[in-house]
Design a protein around this ligand. Sequence first.
Ligand code: GLN
Length: 548
Amino acid sequence: MTKHIFVTGGVVSSLGKGLTSAAIGMILEQRGLKISIQKLDPYINVDPGTMSPFQHGEVYVTDDGTEADLDLGHYERFTNTLLTENSNFTTGKIYQSVIARERRGDYLGRTVQVIPHITDAIKEAVHAGVPSDDIDVAITEIGGTVGDIESLPFLEAIRQFGLEADPKDVMYIHITLLPYLSASGELKTKPTQQSVGKLREIGIQPDVLVCRTEKPMTEEMARKISLFCNVRREGVIEERDVAFSIYEVPRDLVRAGLDMNICGKLGLPKEGITDLSRWEGMLQSIRETTRSIEIAVVGKYIELHDAYKSIYEGLSHAGISNQVKVKLRKLRAEDILEDGTAALEGAHGLLVPGGFGERGLEGKIAAIRWARENNVPFFGICLGMQCAVIEVARHLCGLEGAHTLEHSEHTPHPVIHLMESQKDVEDKGGTMRLGAYDCHLEAGTKLHELYGETEISERHRHRFEYNNAYKEQLEAVGLRASGVHPQLGLVETVELSEHPFFVGVQYHPEFKTSPLKPHPIFDGFVAAGLEYSKSRNPNILVPQQSNV
Ligand code: GLN
């Protein structure tokens, strides 16, 4: 019998609900439980695939090709759970399914309403999020903030869910904020009281409050929150801002007693420990790292950290494995075009992420040329790889005007062109080449060396691809097509032989990296950055003893 935890958020958005939900999943896994985890998002888009990263951060992609909310990235980085199309539902996706049923005549003449039809569909989505009968605990995070109009049907549905289940099988965790007023030098509990009040109006009594705070929550305060919010004292948990890394969150929650609270409420065995020893080792290594390198990230959505969330995480994971702090130098691609490559000087590596649209494209190409000519490690992802192919075609093969058909319909040299399978596609939503595809790596290449195997699988999200008509010319100047889709012959990776590290991949390796298992390309890229920085300034690399 699967038990359910519903996670809601109050007071403000951006409380780190996704992170906390992922941490809860991880804590339970470390207690030997099998978990699943999903997110319900109140917005109307059927999925975030058609949204600009400026709106909602990066679009995360699962193996089965679902374009999903970026919180699913936290779930995969913290836990071992398998995510699918049932791991993320939006209001749009729920309504789409209800309206499709109505059109089929499934409601047999009845008036179709929010209650019960939409709420029933939401409850079905919660059940669908549990992939198999052996799942012990299913975690469902509700997006948005309690009090929003659009999240009401979700809250009503999870209230009903609790009503219809055994009380021992369902619990509600509410994440809230204790704002700190510097003028009076104190944390305030009123917003939490009001947010819990809103939940109770709907009929949901939270079992646990996770209180986000920048200062320690005093015992007196915890008692006050307990009294006013009708939550037992031990259910009022502090989640203080972390000092070093988001990966401290699970440990802090265990220290605050969240694991025992969950076990108590859901009737799970309380014996045994929540074993975080491997995780602790990783945290220690983050704390003790004193040396650093700087990686330039040249992109279009650089102002918003969440737009390249998984990429930044991938770099930090590789920093852990290489015992080096990876600092980010975030540069707008358009600025490189206007001001030249001076802003790149001194960086120990260049990463060009994926993207859409023409803005900044020439800046990315200029940055890649700089990295190639100066032997600075380069890593291009999706559009980043396509830009690398254009750069090499133009400047090494002498193919003037080489371009991608995405942005230049009349280029004389379409070195990146539309995939055959995309030619008749008209709808924008969910129609790209999405999800996991196999790739065969040629033995003896850099990519083969990094992965340590020739058969790999990685996740994709694109419409355009490397044009095989130019393969011979590109390989002749040293840009090797090292990874190819075994059946379709699509080139998935390129690498420059005469360069310390010049790698481009059509897929998104940032969706398959975690702090305990960094992705091999990120790992190799950061290692190359470290080598490069050593060659520039050997002194900064003398390992120092940390005082932390
Ligand atoms: N816009 C490019 C394409 O569709 C690259 C996509 C991406 O970087 N995710 O092929």
